[in-house]
Design a protein around this ligand. Structure first.
Ligand SMILES: [Zn+2]
Length: 248
């Protein structure tokens, strides 16, 4: 029984390692399948022993084997986080079509969040992929009725559009498109909850950054990681939170 959790965790680690390739190459308009992985610092071709998810980083104490340069914490973090999320999604949904739907959503959100964190933009092809798979998967799972999907998309994208118009540049077009695509996956009222949680996470994080003077008030903050955080929390705790809220 625990074996299957381990299998999901390891699949997540390996998938996370591929996400790292996507996060590095997609914004640079490079192919994600060719050429094989290189050190981002010295460009040396990496061998299989350098590419064991999580463990290569730990074993080499976060440095490149060839140039001794510091490798970003992003690499092990993405792998570990993906491993944990894969395992938790299986624990939450069991083995069915819903698991597939939320695995795909989580995968796309991971890649998008970490690209936004580094480059402050979201590639359109990932949002199109999210829209396409969202429509297809909802057709097969029949989880959400059409009005619920439309409301979900409208509330999420509409709110961010308003915020973008009011803040004049605080929120990007990519954030609005991402919110719309996520609304398709979540429907109503889960979308509204995701938006609240995203705002809450963003607020707390901004406050911490300001208190410790890690960023100035005017510095831009990518929103996709917070939106993704809100969405993933909703996937896991949405039903329980909404039930609790409506019981008040
Ligand atoms: Zn190197």
């Amino acid at each position: 029984m625990t074996m299957i959790y381990l299998i999901f965790f390891i699949s997540g680690l390996i998938t996370g390692s591929f996400f790292n390739v996507c996060i590095y190459r997609l914004p640079r308009k490079e192919s994600v399948v060719f050429p094989p992985s290189r050190c981002p610092l010295c460009q040396t071709r990496l061998t299989p022993r350098d590419l064991v998810p999580l463990f290569s980083y730990l074993w080499l104490k976060g440095c490149c084997r060839y140039c001794q340069g510091r490798i970003s914490w992003r690499y092990p973090a993405v792998e570990l986080l993906t491993g944990l999320l894969f395992m938790m999604l299986y624990a939450h949904f069991g083995f069915n079509l819903w698991l597939v739907k939320y695995l795909i959503l989580t995968c796309l959100l991971m890649i998008i969040s970490f690209i936004d964190l580094e480059h402050y933009f979201i590639p359109d092809q990932l949002i199109l992929l999210m829209l396409g798979t969202g429509i297809l998967l909802n057709f097969f799972t029949r989880e959400l009725p059409i009005p619920s999907i439309l409301w979900g998309m409208l509330v999420l994208a509409g709110t961010l559009f308003l915020l973008a118009a009011l803040s004049k540049g605080g929120m990007g077009g990519g954030d609005i498109k991402l919110a719309g695509a996520a609304g398709l996956f979540l429907g109503w009222p889960q979308s509204l909850l995701a938006l609240f949680l995203a705002g809450f996470l963003g607020g707390i994080f901004s406050l911490i950054l300001l208190i410790f003077q890690l960023k100035k008030r005017k510095d831009p903050l990518p929103f996709a990681p917070f939106l993704s955080g809100g969405i993933i929390l909703t996937v896991f705790f949405g039903q329980a939170l909404l039930k609790w809220y409506f019981s008040l």
